[in-house]
Every structure is written in C-alpha cells, then in structure tokens.
Design a binder for this molecule. Structure first.
Ligand SMILES: [Zn+2]
Length: 309
C-alpha cells in the first residue's frame, strides 16, 4: 500500500470517529440545556430541519417542543432517547411544527418505553384541529391515517399517548403540567388565525421560554417570558415585513421589545428562513435597539447549556 493511500485511510478512520462521536454527543450531561433540533421554517433548506427543540436535564432529553419535518433525524443524531421524554409540547399544528411526530411515535415501537407520553397543544378552531383531534386523526381507529399504530392511543400498546388541549384566556399564563423534574407553563400567542401557544419550561431553578410562531400581539407572552434564563424566538420575517407575513410573525424590533421588557438573560433566534438568512446584522441591530443581552442565531443541533444549573 502506498503512503498516500495509508494516510488517506487513517484520515478517513479519524473522520469517521469524529463524526460518530459528534453525532451521539448529548447536549450536556449535567444541568439544564436547550438543544435546537430544527432551526428552520417550512422551507427545505440544506442543514435546517423545521422547528423542534429539546430541553435536557442532567444528560437526558425530558421535554420535546414541536417536531417539524427533519426533526426525527435530528432527534436520533442528538443521542436523545424516546424513553426519557417526560412530555411533548406543540406550539401549534402547522406542518413545520408537527410533521415528524408520527415518525417519532413509530420509532418508539422499537424502544422499551412503558410510561404514558403526555402531549399538550392548542385547542382547535375552524382552520385547525385541536391537539387531541390531531393525535386521534393520526392514530385512532377508525379513520386515523396511521391507524395501524392505534395501540398507542388505546390500552393495547406498550404505552399510551394522551393529548390535552390547552385552552387559555387572552391574558392568562398557567401551569399546565409538572413532575419531580420540571414544570411547564403556557400562554396563548397570536399567530394569525392559528391557535398557538408559548411555553415556559422550568427545571433545576432555570427557565427556558419558547415563543413558537407569533406576531407579538397580546400581553400574556410577555408575562410568560418574564425573567427567563433563555428565550427562543422565531426570526421568520425581516424588519419591515407587511401583510400576511406580519400578521403571522414578529419582526426583529418586536422580538427586541418583548425580550427587553421581559428582562430575559439570553435570546436564541430560530425558525430562520430565506427571507431572514443573510440579514443577521440588521436583525441584530433592530433587536439591540431594545435589548442588550446575549443574542445567538441558532443552527441545527446547537446546544445552549444554562450556566449555574
Ligand atoms: Zn412555523
């Protein structure tokens, strides 16, 4: 074997080692951390799955927030275990926040999960199903599109998915779930005509808040985000957006105002789309006019451990 080939082989072996260890690195083995599984929106963009996040507690992924297209692959890459999930939360049921959920559930068939998986999300209206109807529409008999998996919504499976619709008043912030490790709070957010929720996950004395998709109207999200250690906000539209885009999403200046008023310690921008990618410096300037804390632009798999947790 010539030397060049040997060098190439050892280089390849090294690369494989690096890739596989990176692929299964968990997001911190101690304390509280946010991991971005999907930093994109509905577009099919290289390197960006649609919206999805994990909250890690002491080396285990405990809360899943949204599961857009591509998130199932990212979940596998993160080294997260389906057995470890305490809860799954849907900010809303648009495709880019929910499409990979059945892939996660099918994958769980091959795990040892025995305990219930509680799923929380918004109620329905004329344009969207309630979260319970979404789950039934996927898995329940008769009529569910994946009714071959109906054991997951009956007593016949290894475990059961239970769905809760979180109905809140406009100005309300409410605790919706808790266990020995975490507490979940929710507030209604405005995403055009789509029923939508923001979430706050509290664990180990730390708090991570998710805006989901929202246009910034309404007061309850500001309350939900108050004093958070980390806020994930969606950078789906640029400054100056008008019309439908603006009815659905908040521009950077509004993200800055909400984040500044809520005295959030750290801001992570996600749900990045073609119309905002490449505009990071103007986005940052519009935010920093109102907020002086740390701002990060998320990429898939980025891990944000919370100091002191
Ligand atoms: Zn979205």
């Amino acid at each position: 074997m010539n030397r060049l080939l040997m060098n190439y082989r050892s280089f390849t072996a090294t690369m494989l080692f690096v890739l596989s260890s990176a692929a299964y690195a968990s997001c911190g083995d101690k304390g509280i951390a946010l991991q971005v599984l999907g930093s994109g929106g509905p577009e099919l963009t290289a390197g960006r799955a649609s919206s999805s996040y994990l909250v890690w507690i002491d080396g285990k992924a405990r809360a899943l927030v949204d599961m857009g297209g591509g998130a199932a692959l990212r979940f596998g890459e993160s080294g997260a275990q389906i057995d470890d999930l305490d809860i799954a939360l849907f900010s809303h049921l648009h495709v880019d926040h929910s499409a990979d959920f059945p892939a996660l559930i099918k994958a769980s068939f091959f795990t040892d999960r025995k305990r219930e998986l509680p799923v929380y999300g918004p109620p329905g209206n004329q344009v969207m199903p309630a979260t319970s109807a979404f789950i039934a529409g996927l898995f329940a008999e008769p009529g569910g599109v994946y009714r071959y998996l109906s054991a997951f919504v009956s007593d016949k499976g290894a475990y059961r998915i239970t769905a809760q619709n979180v109905t809140l008043k406009d100005d309300e912030t409410r605790e919706i779930a808790r266990n020995e490790r975490l507490k979940i709070f929710a507030a209604k957010v405005i995403h055009g005509p789509i029923p939508a929720l923001g979430f706050r996950v509290e664990a180990g004395g730390k708090s991570i808040v998710f805006s989901g998709d929202m246009n910034g109207e309404g007061a309850s999200f500001g309350q939900l985000a108050q004093g958070a250690d980390l806020l994930v906000a969606h950078n789906a539209v640029p400054e100056g957006a008008q019309g439908v885009e603006r009815k659905l999403h908040m521009p950077p200046s509004v993200i800055g105002q909400i984040t500044g008023r809520a005295k959030v310690a750290q801001l992570v921008l996600s749900h990045r789309m073609q119309r905002t990618l490449g505009k990071e410096s103007e986005t940052l300037a519009a935010i920093q006019a109102h907020y002086r804390g740390k701002v990060s632009f998320a990429d898939d798999m980025a891990c944000y451990p919370l100091a002191g947790s």
